[in-house]
Design a protein around this ligand. Structure first.
Ligand SMILES: Cc1ncc(COP(=O)(O)O)c(C=O)c1O
Length: 398
């Protein structure tokens, strides 16, 4: 895929983004808080709507501040184009619904964000989609299963790596090669890693999706989503699902996300360092049963993560022997707060069985790899020492 710009390192591109279109050359992009755009004449209307001249018509279809974010994300992910949404779920819904038209089965990795799984069960299946979940975390026998599914034809394959909340790692270039071989589009939810740590389009994916609510925005103060890929694919999404479903990003939120992106590289490095320190502290410490963090050498996806990521990120999960113990651990924390989101400066913990995955039966949760004793941690930007002390104090109270 041709990179639109890309002369600089990631940190530089994140700080400077793409050239804006402001006539006053303002340092930060203007926020175009407008629903519609006016025309000087009917002749201009014909030229703009006829596609001969660039111009804006209505902000559900396009807005200059939002376009700046979309172009910046295309630059950072190494894609040709981007389209923004009012949330990550807006982006996921649009991409998956665009695949409905193909009429062939959908393939999903077994380890997915709970909202994506709800969308599949409550929307896609009732709409008539055939859906298959495949377990292909590592190379080997699971890849044989995946190849069999791909060989039969599919509308697309959708996966997360690292996955929420179990931190499973998928070999992107391995899966990407298989998808190419069988002409199946590959969509990757890159929310946990962000383009600072992982660029799926460069490893064989066709579409990258983000919940910009998390690391891109980075401050826990907005909801947003974005999809990036080839120009043709993204233009079709913009004209179709993005504009017609109406999950449109507000210009104010686009501006906040653009601001967040400037510090993305620094933040991801700092999140990774702190999460690594906590993962090391927790692993092997009684009464912890297991720590899921791709930065630990005992993680089954460690080698793949080292190969395809620049750092192992700020998310980890820790498993206790029971749901009761997991909840007591969370109640014993004081600096780290209880909450379902992630990617913010402040650390958060959540208990999937009681919170994000409460709506699923224990059997379904177990099939997703979620035991009752699992606690997910979004490690923030506080001092590592303070975070470690908070976790040690909570463990000592168990
Ligand atoms: C991996 C992942 N993808 C998508 C989403 C959905 O994003 P949003 O809440 O912005 O709709 C989330 C939210 O937690 C997530 O963790």
């Amino acid at each position: 895929m041709e990179k639109p710009e890309g002369r600089y390192g990631f940190e530089t591109e994140a700080v400077h983004g793409v050239e804006g279109t402001d006539p006053y050359r303002a340092l930060t992009p203007p926020i175009y808080m407008t629903s519609t755009y006016t025309f000087p004449s009917m002749e201009t209307v014909d030229r703009v709507l006829g596609g001969e001249e660039e111009g804006y018509v209505y902000s559900r279809a396009a807005n200059p501040t939002v376009r700046q974010l979309e172009r910046t994300m295309a630059l950072l992910e190494g894609g040709e184009e981007g389209v923004a949404f009012s949330s990550g779920m807006g982006a996921i819904a649009a991409v998956l619904l665009s695949w409905m038209k193909k009429g062939s089965p959908f393939l999903f990795s077994r380890h997915l964000y709970s909202g994506t799984r709800h969308f599949i069960e409550s929307m896609l299946i009732p709409l008539g989609a055939t859906v298959r979940f495949v377990d292909f975390r590592a190379e080997g026998p699971s890849f044989v299963l995946l190849e069999e599914e791909l060989r039969d034809g599919a509308a697309g394959l959708f996966l997360e790596t690292p996955s929420n909340p179990t931190l499973d790692i998928v070999d992107l270039s391995g899966v990407g090669t298989l998808c190419r071989k069988y002409g199946v589009p590959l969509a990757v939810d890159n929310t946990f890693a962000s383009p600072a740590l992982q660029k799926p389009l460069e490893q064989g994916a066709d579409i990258v999706i983000h919940s910009a609510t998390k690391y891109l925005g980075g401050h826990g103060d907005l909801l947003g989503g974005v999809a990036i890929g080839r120009r043709e694919t993204i233009q079709a999404l913009r004209a179709g699902e993005a504009t017609l479903l109406g999950a449109t990003l507000s210009p104010m939120n686009a501006w906040l996300i653009l601001r967040g992106i400037k510090t993305l590289a620094l933040r991801m490095e700092a999140h990774s360092l702190r999460a690594s320190a906590l993962a090391r502290l927790l692993s092997g410490k009684a009464p912890v049963v297991r720590v899921h963090y791709p930065g630990l050498s005992e993680h089954p996806g460690h080698e793949i993560a080292r190969r395809q990521m620049k750092g192992t990120g700020g998310m980890l999960s820790v498993e206790f022997s029971s749901g009761k113990m997991a909840r007591s651990f969370m109640d014993g924390l004081s600096l780290i707060r209880i909450g379902v989101s992630l990617g913010d400066p402040g650390s958060l913990v959540e208990h999937p069985a009681s919170m994000s995955h409460r709506g699923w039966s224990p059997e379904v949760r177990r099939a997703m790899g979620i035991e009752d004793g699992l606690v997910r941690m979004s490690v923030g930007l506080e001092s590592s020492d303070d975070l470690c002390k908070d976790v040690e104090a909570a463990l000592s109270r168990l």
